[in-house]
Design a protein around this ligand. Sequence first.
Ligand SMILES: Cc1cc2nc3c(=O)[nH]c(=O)nc-3n(C[C@H](O)[C@H](O)[C@H](O)COP(=O)(O)OP(=O)(O)OC[C@H]3O[C@@H](n4cnc5c(N)ncnc54)[C@H](O)[C@@H]3O)c2cc1C
Length: 414
Amino acid sequence: MKNLLVLGGGTAGTMVANKLRDRLADDAWEITVVDQDDAHHYQPGYLFVPFGHYTPEQLVRPRRTLLKEGIHFVLGDVSRVTADDNTVTLVGGVELHYDYLVIATGTTPRPDQTPGMLGREWRRSIFDFYTLEGAQALARALESFDHGQLVVHIAEMPIKCPVAPLEFTFLADDWLRTHGLRDRVEMVYVTPLDAAFTQPVAASILGDMLVERKVRLEADFMVERVDDERKVLVSYDGREVPFDLLVTIPVNMGADFVARSRLGDELNYVPVDKHTLLSVAHDNIFALGDASNAPASKAGSVAHFAVEVFVDNFLQHVAGRPMTGSFDGHANCFVEAGDHKALLIDFNYDTQPLPGKYPLPVVGPMSLLKATRANHLGKLAFRHIYWNVLLPGHPVPLPSHMSMVGKHPADPEA
Ligand SMILES: Cc1cc2nc3c(=O)[nH]c(=O)nc-3n(C[C@H](O)[C@H](O)[C@H](O)COP(=O)(O)OP(=O)(O)OC[C@H]3O[C@@H](n4cnc5c(N)ncnc54)[C@H](O)[C@@H]3O)c2cc1C
């Protein structure tokens, strides 16, 4: 028997184990998924929790129930990978042997990385919504917030779902308007980027949306510390942004065991070939989803498109043949805009988000880089697709590679 060990039973780990269980013979391959807990979270749902939508029951399911029959599930915290020995050690000492290893342990918000963030204001006036507990605490804080400066802040890139802080800002603006509070609240968007977003056309459109909503953009802000006595964000170049309510996206980092195992870069992401996701250092280790250093967005959609390419590649690789599939960095993200509308962006390593229609030219029904109700309904429907189609590994009628069909490269205003 050969052993495929998948570290992390989140979005990527669950999809890859389920897809490969259908493709690898039961009597030749054992597949084991390891995770530190048995609660699979639908993380895109966290965005809506501060505004009173979704109960935890709608966002969390036991991991075991999401894995196909014939996949072993081990509950354990990974302590170390000893690549020379093909062994994974769990906290407590249990050792697991592998022939092939998939690292899919994602990325985690690390407020401990910014001095002062975890001080006395944490979860009093400083909140995150990248964890379910944080999003729930923020919901309670918003209930009593009725005036002052609301600051939405990104500590450092990359972060998972890089549009989520913008989405939170647009939804907060909408929520404050609905509650008759918008005139009493100043909003500031603080980012280490030089614009509202990374890619020029999208940055311009999303930046205009901040202006329309009277949200001040504080760009190029590299946070040095949080002064929790004065409730001020302080940057390395000495700028200060005061807050009454700070909604921060802390530094995101890969798992600590990646560093302990000497498999990672300075943020604990595993260096890989960006087209095959094979570790640059080890021929039997892949990193999928947010855990790798591939220069794609860290997003569930990216994990999904990458897994589609990976599965055939993996079968070729274990058979000793060259991998013929090439992942193009395809990402596809809905961006909530408030007022029950959303934009959609679709891009890859080489092509920035462009306006147009998706997935079909002319008819869509989704619109790229344009706020529509159809996009918003698509975003809401995605939760059902996630649980019932993506995680079980069922085919999705969308190409895994980005397509230029329906896009208008020459006319950013279309
Ligand atoms: C607020 C928010 C909104 C988002 N919105 C969107 C969206 O609209 N669209 C989209 O495509 N993506 C979105 N995302 C991003 C998406 O959720 C992630 O990119 C996706 O879940 C990544 O999958 P993954 O498998 O790499 O990591 P995860 O799904 O995070 O899984 C990693 C797993 O590894 C486990 N693990 C970590 N360390 C260890 C260890 N030491 N031992 C054992 N197990 C370990 C964890 O418990 C976890 O189960 C959003 C994320 C957030 C936070």
